[in-house]
Design a protein around this ligand. Structure first.
Ligand SMILES: NC(=O)c1ccc[n+]([C@@H]2O[C@H](COP(=O)([O-])OP(=O)(O)OC[C@H]3O[C@@H](n4cnc5c(N)ncnc54)[C@H](OP(=O)(O)O)[C@@H]3O)[C@@H](O)[C@H]2O)c1
Length: 324
């Protein structure tokens, strides 16, 4: 028997209900894992609230965790009992003490990365890798705008882009977050509640605009991101913390020959070789000090609702995790 958090209907944090579940035997290509740390992501909030209707209900949310292999399926050759693995998944079923997992998703973790760190780093770190290495490969000398620059993905993104030689401009909700964003490599920070983001970007870039805007906030920031772009600049909308972006007139891109992308990390990591390459890049970036990350603030699995409340409050500045 395993302890899980189950959602029966969408709603506020209170719909995250503790429940006991049965975990069966692994199928031929599956692992049974005992989970040691579970990452909490904004995606989980979208699923819980019903903004994303991608989890069939009743269902167990969550998209990343770390655990120990307890049993392997008959066809599994690359993992054995006792292996320490992490994973990201678009199929949910993560907020639980034990689970079955397709072996194809498991990532062997370097000894230098603790369970708690990996559980809060994998999804955000692979997303940052996708953004700065693949969706818009950042080049030295580029001007980069990052929204929610003190957030989980945001801080990794700022560090990595600045390590690659870009001048990073970060938008943040308050002065404390501005300090964190500067520590993460932002050369300039914009307090978007007090300052006009587009005007400040134009000032900072001497009217040139940015080569790329990484925008995870969506509804509230989309137009400002577009207006902040340089000629041939690239708007990468990779999230919607403030809500869905309104319908968009494609011809608006013509004014500055801009491009727009809406990537998902699960597409970029859809094949084993892609996942391996991205996770190697991430682990190397950590090892070489291009990015630094700390384990998140931990909550008991049964207190998942409290973790969601904190994530939505926008008060916190670090990652969050659940401990089964
Ligand atoms: N496309 C992908 O494959 C992919 C993968 C992973 C994550 N993501 C997305 O990346 C984003 C960041 O994820 P994260 O887990 O690292 O979260 P996060 O950035 O740590 O938290 C969200 C931040 O967004 C800012 N924000 C602005 N308007 C907001 C609003 N109306 N409600 C809530 N927050 C608002 C807040 O920072 P300020 O107070 O500074 O404004 C808040 O701290 C999310 O949108 C997530 O869905 C996308």
């Amino acid at each position: 028997m395993a302890q899980a958090i189950v959602i029966h209907q969408p709603g506020g944090p209170g719909v995250l209900q503790p429940q006991t579940i049965t975990v069966g035997k692994p199928g031929p290509n599956e692992l049974r894992i005992r989970q040691t740390a579970i990452g909490v992501n904004f995606h989980d909030v979208y699923v819980r609230s019903g903004l994303y209707q991608t989890l069939p209900l009743p269902g167990i949310p969550g998209i990343e965790a770390v655990g120990i292999v307890e049993e392997t399926g008959s066809q599994v050759t690359n993992f054995t009992v006792g292996d320490r693995i992490g994973y990201i998944t678009r199929s949910y079923g993560v907020y639980t003490s034990e689970r079955l997992l397709p072996a194809d998703l498991a990532i062997r973790l370097p000894d230098s990365i603790s369970d708690d760190l990996a559980a809060t780093l994998l999804l955000k770190g692979l997303t940052a890798e996708m953004l700065v290495k693949q969706v818009h490969p950042v080049k030295p000398g580029e001007r980069v705008l990052v929204h929610a620059a003190a957030g989980g993905v945001g801080r990794l993104l700022c560090q990595w882009a600045s390590h690659l030689g870009a001048t990073v401009i970060g938008t943040v909700g308050n002065a404390q977050k501005a300090e964190l964003a500067r520590q993460a490599g932002c050369a300039h920070t914009i307090l978007y509640r007090e300052e006009n983001v587009v005007e400040r970007v134009q000032d900072i870039t001497n009217g040139k605009g940015v080569n790329v805007a990484y925008d995870s906030v969506g509804k509230d920031t989309f137009q400002g991101s577009l207006d902040s772009l340089a000629i041939c600049g690239h708007l990468v909308n990779f999230g919607q913390s403030s809500g869905s972006v309104a319908p968009f007139e494609v011809s608006a891109l013509f004014a500055k020959s801009n491009s727009l992308t809406r990537p998902s990390v699960f597409h970029y990591a859809r094949e084993r070789s892609m996942l391996d390459s991205m996770s190697n890049n991430l682990f190397n970036a950590l090892e070489q000090g291009a990015i630094k990350a700390e384990p998140g603030m931990a909550f008991a699995l049964a207190d998942a609702a409290k973790a969601h409340e904190m994530l939505e409050s926008r008060e916190r500045t670090g990652a969050l995790l659940l401990k089964p």
